[in-house]
Design a protein around this ligand. Sequence first.
Ligand SMILES: Cc1ncc(C[n+]2csc(CCOP(=O)(O)OP(=O)(O)O)c2C)c(N)n1
Length: 304
Amino acid sequence: MLRIRFFEEEVSRLRAEGSIVGSVHLCNGQEAIYAGASAALDLSRDAVFPTYRGHGWTLACGVPPYALFAELLGRQTGVNGGRGGSAYLTAPEYGMYGENSIVGAGAPIAAGAALAATFDGSGRIALAAFGDGALNQGAVHEAMNFAAVRDLPVIFLVENNHYSELTPIASMVRGDRLFKRASAYGMPGGQVDGNDPTAVRDAVARAVERARRGQGPALIEAVTQRIVGHYIGDAQHYRPPGELETALADEPISRLLATLRETIPYAELDALTERVRDEIADASALARADPPADPSTVLEHLYA
Ligand SMILES: Cc1ncc(C[n+]2csc(CCOP(=O)(O)OP(=O)(O)O)c2C)c(N)n1
């Protein structure tokens, strides 16, 4: 979780100085979901399909921060040779099958990967992670219905950060228990505290166990808050007064550190924090020193 947070803080800095260009969506505040869910998966065979807010998922899947920085900076050494950038990362060798900028589009792709698993005997679980806004997309409902009726090993994980871009969830849907839609498709659904990595891990582990037994998909709603703007530069004028302060008081990292301080000496935790901070600073410096992607290779890897 610390690795993700410090990574995002460095990305924010690199974007502000102009070293990273293009669309960037940070995930600060949602780290517990990635840490918890990835701990419940077997990433040597399972497949994760996140949205454009995917740096946290990519790191949680085990992609080294250096390779991710290099990608965001458009370097040849990036995880996709500098071609994917922030919004189109893939790293299937780590179980990260690719971000998607089309809201909700990862859900049917995950259902497809799960369908393939029923034929290839891999035992793979596909996890589609998307926001509360995406849950209103037709493609997501088609994917949930198809997965349910075919008992596909898919986990639909909603990162309910209460906003779709700048629009609050309350003005998009009636009722705040999004997981209840699961029952309409005949699959289990539940809500979990998305700021608690252990709670997320346990909920995903239960869904994984079920899916591996051939009992089909589940919908998990992880309730959280993003503590940064939707995009870098978002002034967040749409937030009611006090909301951000309340969210900051409950954000997953300070909450986890406070709990850990009850049993682990302060000095040890501080040393760990510093170690992760240094790891991120070193990875960023290393990536920045790498050569940019060569424009003469632009047609490589194009298939259509
Ligand atoms: C099909 C489609 N419609 C609209 C957009 C524009 N758009 C980009 S992000 C976003 C909000 C998505 O909100 P949510 O699913 O809650 O995810 P979050 O950004 O909160 O993680 C929208 C509407 C898009 N990218 N794709």
